[in-house]
Design a protein around this ligand. Structure first.
Ligand code: ADE
Length: 297
């Protein structure tokens, strides 16, 4: 990798490298919306690398039958290793940093090489925050029955799954990871505060600021799901926007939103409530909601 590229990455911009046998898959996704704007604004860089370009045989072979027999095909190690080498990514053993997970590599970059696979550790907002703090994230998309495990052993410091289901390949998962991580980079969403207030937002004090005159101390999701949102018209097909939101009373808005967060979390993700940071009053509120069976649906 040239110095020019390293210099560019020394800024706050996060560089994503994607290794795939379906580079076309990403085209629409990267050419629209937030991803496109973030790229144009120099906040992220994305390189999509076609593994077939790193083959050396006439048929550009990227897969082969599994040793030991069985169904399907396995992505071969050589094209992947060549692609990683071309990106200046050294095998784990040659890495200079003592940190294991996300340390400095030979290139001097703080980076992570991620294998997307259903066997990986679960992806969540905390993992996304870790990756967003790095300078380069390389996403290796598995395919077919899997990837030759030596790529995982030799190069990858993380194996990530986006959920307990099996996709046809790692491309969708890579897109999910890229989108989630990118949104956490300052400047990408325009409104700096936005991502902190969503579901799974950090529960830290930094999001306690008043914005637009609306007290936000209760907005931070703090490990809860986000509250419901409404916009005009005030009535739609007989369903009215909750009065609290139209009252102009910021305290009432805040109380309503926090209560709705609790209800929604109780209904859809009760597992999150156990870990959430709730006040005594909120715990009592959860008890009342449970008793009244107010969670609906
Ligand atoms: N490839 C196939 N299924 C996957 C999953 N659930 N997460 C990440 N990569 C995958």
């Amino acid at each position: 990798m040239g110095n020019e590229m390293l210099d560019k990455m020394a800024g706050r911009a996060l560089r994503f490298e994607i290794l795939t046998i379906f580079p076309e898959f990403f085209r629409g996704f990267f050419e629209h919306g937030v991803v496109s704007r973030a790229q144009k604004g120099g906040l992220i860089g994305i390189g999509v690398h076609d593994l077939r370009g790193f083959t050396e045989d006439r048929h550009r072979t990227v897969d082969d039958r599994p040793f030991g027999g069985g169904e399907g095909m396995v992505l071969k190690a050589e094209p992947l290793a060549r692609a990683l080498d071309a990106l200046g990514i050294r095998p784990l053993a040659e890495r200079k940093s003592p940190e294991h997970e996300t340390g400095l590599r030979e290139s001097g970059l703080r980076e992570s090489v991620v294998l997307l696979s259903p066997q990986g550790r679960p992806f969540n907002q905390a993992v996304a925050r870790e990756l967003a703090g790095l300078e380069r994230v390389t996403l290796v998309c598995g395919r077919y029955e899997g990837v030759d495990e030596r790529i995982n052993t030799l190069y990858c410091d993380r194996e990530i799954s986006i959920g307990d289901y099996v996709l046809s390949g790692g491309e969708l998962a890579a897109a999910v990871v890229l989108d989630t991580v990118m949104r956490l980079i300052p400047g990408v969403l325009g409104n700096e505060a936005s991502s902190a207030f969503e579901s799974f937002g950090a529960a830290d004090d930094s999001i306690d600021a008043d914005v637009d005159g609306v007290p936000r101390s209760q907005h931070g999701a703090g490990g809860l799901l986000d509250y419901p949102h409404y916009t005009r018209p005030a009535e739609f097909r007989g369903v009215r926007v909750p009065e609290e939101l139209m009252s102009g009373d910021h305290q009432a808005v805040r109380r309503w939103r926090r209560a709705e967060q609790l209800k929604k979390t109780l209904r859809n993700r009760p597992d999150l409530l156990a870990k959430a940071s709730l006040t005594e009053e909120e715990r009592r509120m959860v008890g009342r909601i449970e008793k009244e069976g107010e969670t609906g649906r």
